[in-house]
Design a protein around this ligand. Structure first.
Ligand SMILES: [Zn+2]
Ligand SMILES: [Zn+2]
Length: 475
């Protein structure tokens, strides 16, 4: 895979100091402008659009060969080699071994440093991860850190906004029109195991991807061809598309229970096909957490593997994001959904829009239409006279009167639903009509707890406000 993007550019040290002849490496993002993504995209040279005449110059041929020749070998194998049960089981096991090399090794250990691994575990993961044939640890982690840093922008190497297939496999075989953004991997440049894998990458990859699966099946039960085509090629094909799904499917399918600013989503199906990387909405919010799934019953074998490594003393310092902060994200999303429901409901007229009326005026007007006072509010019950479950007579005898006591238990202690319904009949506010200490009776039960934005203006139906004191005719 040759789509390596250099993270550092080299600038000459300031002149004037005669001793400073040596070149100094300054990270490209050392002095970021206000918006680095916009600045970078404006200033970097974009490659010309891909056309039929230049397509051959814009393909990463090594990557292209890996993702085409390997499946071709697998298909040939399915047509020509008998698949024994033992080889099938070995292929599945080796799928998990090499897949975990990517998920627990490349991804959660090296790209995100979500735990510490002992030297033997690091060598094991570097070797098995190479068997997934996805480039070196350093190259892979640089791209992945850029993906997290510039998610959904043109600096994200697998930008989901460029389409499902681009995020899945397009970016691997076709040269992007933009250089992806910088990401610091200096920690990996110093890591002995990462350097070892980089140095012996081709040897380690061939051994891990094809030689070991073939040798095991050949030496143990004599199925050399089966080992090569099923545990080698077919298994690799599944591992490839499993990992690719983290960049495509995990940005398309599912919910956003922690945040909806970007495309990553949580879904069990994605988790099943990616060895537990499918809780991608959580992962993008809390990338340094060694878990993807936070519930015990969710499918995350990578988390279980890391935990087992800790249990046997090969891993330590498993990072877990504070639960309190995780809850904030969940609550924000839940409130957002509730707000949508709240906005879809018709509420009682807001007090600000109702006329304030004296007792005498209320009585005058109730001679013309059936008006009843309850908890300081004037209600027009004309449309409800024949609907009242307690009978028309109980309403008519309270016309022109304050029926607060009767409504709240004097005659019948009405349900919250009845109180909510009553509030829809409000046509005015009685001046001085609330008894001290009973103000909450003036608020319908369904409106006592509301979802309001921090900057909700005073005239919002969800903001509480006092009545105006001008007198007006009831509408
Ligand atoms: Zn992602
Ligand atoms: Zn990640």
């Amino acid at each position: 895979m040759s789509a390596v993007v250099e993270t550092l550019n080299v600038r000459a040290a300031p002149s004037g100091s005669a001793s400073c002849k040596a070149k100094e490496i300054v990270p490209e993002d050392a002095n970021p402008p206000d918006n680095y993504v916009v600045w970078n995209l404006k200033n970097q040279k974009r490659l010309p659009p891909i056309t039929l005449s230049n397509i051959l110059h814009n393909i990463y041929w090594v990557s292209f060969a890996v993702v085409t020749v390997n499946p071709a070998i697998a298909i040939w194998g399915f047509l020509n080699v008998k698949l024994s049960m033992t080889t099938f089981v070995w292929s599945v096991i080796y799928y998990f071994i090499t897949g975990l090399g990517i998920t627990a090794g490349y991804h959660r250990l090296w790209a995100h440093r979500s735990y510490n691994a002992s030297r033997p575990l690091q060598y094991y993961l570097a070797f098995t991860g190479a068997g997934a044939v996805q480039g070196s640890i350093k190259w892979w982690s640089r791209g992945h850190r850029a993906h997290h840093r510039y998610t959904d922008t043109d600096l994200d190497p697998y930008n989901a906004h460029k389409g499902f297939w681009w995020a899945h496999i397009g970016w691997i075989v076709v040269r992007a029109r933009y250089k992806s953004g910088v990401a610091d991997v200096s920690d990996l440049s110093r890591n002995e195991v990462v350097k070892w894998q980089q140095r012996w990458y081709i040897t380690v990859t061939l051994l891990s991807a094809y030689v070991i699966p073939t040798l095991v099946a050949g030496l143990a039960w004599g199925d050399w061809w089966g080992g090569f085509v099923f545990a080698g090629a077919a298994r690799l094909c599944f591992v490839h598309h499993s990992t690719f799904c983290v960049n495509s499917l995990a940005h398309w399918l599912g919910d956003t229970p922690f945040d909806d600013k970007h495309t990553p989503r949580d879904h069990m199906i994605t988790a099943l096909v990616t060895i537990g990387e499918g809780y991608h909405n959580f992962h993008h919010q809390f990338p340094m957490d060694y878990r993807n799934a936070i519930k015990w019953y969710q499918y995350d074998p990578t988390k279980w593997f890391i935990w087992c490594m800790k249990f046997i003393g090969l891993a330590s310092h498993l990072k877990v994001f504070p639960e309190n902060e995780v809850k904030k994200g969940q609550l924000a999303m839940q409130l957002k959904k509730l707000r949508e429901v709240q906005d879809g409901v018709t509420w009682a007229p807001h007090e600000d829009g109702l006329p304030v009326t004296t007792w005498e005026s209320f009585q005058d007007q109730s001679l013309k239409r059936p008006l009843v006072v309850v908890a300081g509010h004037i209600h027009d019950v004309s449309a409800f006279l024949d609907e009242h479950p307690g009978g028309r007579h109980l309403l008519t005898k309270n016309i022109g009167k304050d029926a607060t006591t009767a409504f709240f238990g004097g005659v019948y202690d009405h349900s919250n639903a009845a109180h909510n319904l009553l509030s829809m009949m409000r046509v005015g506010v009685l001046q001085g009509g609330q008894q001290h200490g009973l103000q909450d009776r003036g608020v319908p039960p369904s409106q006592r707890l509301r979802v309001a934005r921090y900057n909700e203006p005073g005239d919002s139906p969800y903001a509480s406000s006092a009545c105006s004191d001008s007198e007006a005719v009831l509408s």
